[in-house]
Design a protein around this ligand. Structure first.
Ligand code: DCP
Ligand code: MG
Length: 423
């Protein structure tokens, strides 16, 4: 009996939530940022790091552009080794032995600039997902389940890449999969500018030919042990004897087995308190204002319920109006301070919709942002760590923006608290 129960538990555990996860990772991020400052670096080998000035001896490469990687230069390499492989372009004039084509541009780390650029990218992501998990300066997971479907997701991902490139000027690679670990592997699969979609039911097949190092959590030592046992690919591990893996690695053996099979039940969750609460829904393309209003009211109500559940205040109410095929317009009403009057969500969302009275629409969304959580709310959400709370507490953030794509970007729907105080 016990054995059966054990088996049943494992089966249940395997059932992944029905989600579409998009993982984004910027391409040679620091080098791409340096190219924003100096467009002459475009297409050239670029190395960002420390310790390359004459007299310096210690330092490492933070990143190398893809052109520099062709010379064997990569992240974390001692700077001296990088200089041996790819001397400085700057030295060509003084050293006739150097071939200009085999030199690169070295730049120091400018963290403030990279942080600022990373923040611009992250603010675009907010329009593309209900939930975002920030991982690092250049990487995040997006739960896009309610924003697209498997038929449209490739175009959705490409639209996101294009918007980031058009607005911020840096390239990104994305991977989309039914779970987080497969999405991460997918984003790395075809860098730079990659867009790899792994559809439900194909995760195991996608992973099968990858070397074991690519399995989440497999470092060089584990990889070596696996290879010694003749397990070279994720596919080999996925079809290996589970008991044998457990013998070799203890509990980690089970993790390895499960991961190699592409099973991952994690749900995309923000690392701090949420920055916004939104909901959106597709509809059969229509210009009919009553249909649009009805859907918007429904969405506003769902958002209102979630604001009440979370017990937060909000400062901005926005709508998203998607015209076929993927022309995304967003409008927002920002207040000078946070409020808790949730009934205003519907009212202001409907006001913002007026501009789109005769627009043909295929999807609508409602969002509140500029969220702030009182201390009492924070105590309820006991799991969040306090440093993250400070980081994401938006009460002091500059007034949120109104955004739409490309030339249609306007701030025309900004309103003031005066409009509310008479209520
Ligand atoms: N970074 C660093 N030191 C490392 C690795 C990375 O300082 N050992 C910094 C520089 C990178 C940034 O973090 O630009 C992001 O790391 P990634 O691993 O995503 O590397 P890149 O974005 O540079 O390249 P890729 O296109 O492979 O993602
Ligand atoms: Mg990167």
């Amino acid at each position: 009996m016990n054995t059966d129960r054990g088996k049943l538990d494992i089966t249940i555990e395997k059932e992944a939530p029905d989600q579409i996860v998009l993982h984004i990772d910027m391409d040679c991020f620091y080098a791409a940022c340096e190219r924003l400052k100096d467009p002459e670096l475009n297409g050239e080998p670029v190395i960002v790091g420390m310790g390359y000035e004459p007299g310096d001896t210690i330092g490492a490469v933070a990143t190398a552009s893809y052109e520099a990687r062709e010379f064997g230069v990569g992240s974390a390499m001692p700077i001296q080794e990088a200089l041996d492989k790819l001397p400085r372009r700057k030295d060509v004039a003084n050293d006739p032995a150097l071939n200009k084509e085999q030199t690169g541009h070295y730049r120091p780390v400018d963290m403030e600039f990279y942080k600022d650029t990373g923040a611009q990218v992250k603010s675009i992501l907010e329009d593309y997902a209900e939930t975002i998990r920030d991982v690092s300066i250049d990487e995040a997971y997006l739960d896009v389940t309610s924003h697209t479907d498997w038929g449209a997701v490739e175009q959705y991902a490409r639209t996101l890449q294009d918007e980031i490139y058009d607005t911020v000027g840096v390239p990104a690679s994305v991977g989309v999969a039914p779970n987080m670990s497969a999405a991460k592997i997918a984003s790395d699969y075809d860098k730079p500018n990659g867009c790899v979609i792994v559809r439900p039911g194909t995760v195991r097949e996608f992973l099968s030919s990858l070397p074991v190092e690519e399995i989440h959590g497999v470092g060089p030592v584990t990889a070596e042990k696996l290879v010694e046992e003749g397990l070279k690919t994720a596919g080999d591990v996925a079809s290996a004897d589970r008991d044998k893996l457990e013998e070799m690695f203890g509990e980690r053996g089970t993790d390895l087995f499960v991961r190699a099979r592409g099973e991952d039940t994690r749900v995309v969750e923000p690392r701090g308190l949420p920055k916004s609460i939104s909901n959106e829904s597709a509809l059969e393309t229509t210009a009919d204002i009553d249909t649009k209003r009805e859907l918007l009211i429904d969405l506003a109500e769902q958002v209102r319920q979630r604001v009440i559940e979370k017990g937060c205040l909000f400062q901005t109410i926005g709508i998203k109006v998607v015209e076929p095929p993927f022309d995304v317009n967003t409008r927002a009403t920002s207040l000078p301070g946070p409020i808790e009057s949730t009934e205003l969500i519907e009212q202001y969302a409907l006001d913002l919709l007026d501009e789109f009275e005769s627009t043909r629409v295929r999807k609508l969304g409602v969002r509140v942002s500029g969220l702030s959580f009182t201390n009492a709310n924070q105590a309820q959400l006991g799991d969040w760590d306090s440093s993250q709370q400070a980081e994401t507490d938006l009460t002091t953030k500059a007034s949120p923006k109104s955004r739409s794509r490309g030339a249609r970007r306007t701030g025309q729907s900004q309103q003031t608290l005066g409009d509310f105080t008479d209520e």
